[in-house]
Design a protein around this ligand. Structure first.
Ligand code: SF4
Ligand code: SF4
Length: 215
């Protein structure tokens, strides 16, 4: 890892965040030409949840606490490294999924969600940093799923998420039934992936599921 990446990771460590991948943008990425490397930032689980729960944003119970905390935290780090910050929940919306697929660490899975080599199907982004230094992104040819028996394809009890994609309405209907309560502790498809399946705390999954159901 380059010195710059190590320095940024050290700052992120204090907030239980991780560089989950990086790539070198080109003209199609529609970012300032000074940005030579984009780092995608995600939670370092399971530690992340405890850090976030101690934050003012979590405690003051206002809307979108996780987005507000992420914005504040990542912007502070961006300033220290003369970097630009980008967020998946803020306009102008950037193509985070496309960006992720340009990183060596992530791929599209058999259920069409992104899969990360360590965080599996629980990969998520709290933001991204665009830095002016060129740090060559590693070889992009890694295949995460080839040797896996692919339990993700059959883990959803109502086939709301499989090789045909994601039926959000069917998923929400099931999660709202008594038999769907286990999904509130984490989607069974995401939990079936051997990579990262024990990293996310149930309480954190529950928080995300409540936000998803109230959408
Ligand atoms: S949350 Fe439950 S119902 Fe929804 S896709 Fe995951 S396993 Fe299926
Ligand atoms: S369960 Fe296996 S096939 Fe499915 S996303 Fe995870 S590694 Fe890939």
């Amino acid at each position: 890892m380059s010195d710059t990446l190590l320095s940024i990771q050290r700052m992120l460590d204090k907030k239980s965040l991780d560089i989950v991948g990086y790539f070198n943008p080109d003209g199609s990425d529609n970012v300032c030409s000074k940005v030579r490397t984009i780092l995608l930032i995600g939670p370092k689980e399971p530690y992340f949840w405890d850090v976030f729960k101690k934050s003012r944003e979590y405690k003051n119970k206002k809307e979108n606490p996780l987005d507000r905390w992420s914005k504040k935290t990542i912007k502070e780090i961006a300033i220290k490294f003369d970097a630009r910050s980008f967020f998946p929940f803020e306009e102008p919306f950037q193509p985070f999924i496309t960006w992720a697929q340009k990183c060596s660490t992530m791929r599209s899975s058999p259920v069409r969600l992104l899969v990360h080599e360590e965080k599996g199907l629980f990969i998520s982004f709290r933001g991204a940093l665009g830095i002016n230094e060129y740090i060559e992104s590693p070889d992009n040819s890694k295949d995460i799923c080839t040797s896996c028996e692919k339990p993700c394809l059959t883990a959803c009890p109502v086939s709301a998420l499989n090789q045909d994609g994601y039926d959000v309405i069917r998923c929400k209907e099931y999660v709202n039934t008594p038999s769907g309560q286990e999904c509130r502790n984490g989607c069974l498809v995401r939990r079936s992936c051997p990579s990262g399946q024990n990293l996310r705390l149930k309480e954190q999954s529950n928080f995300h599921m409540r936000a998803f159901l109230s959408d």
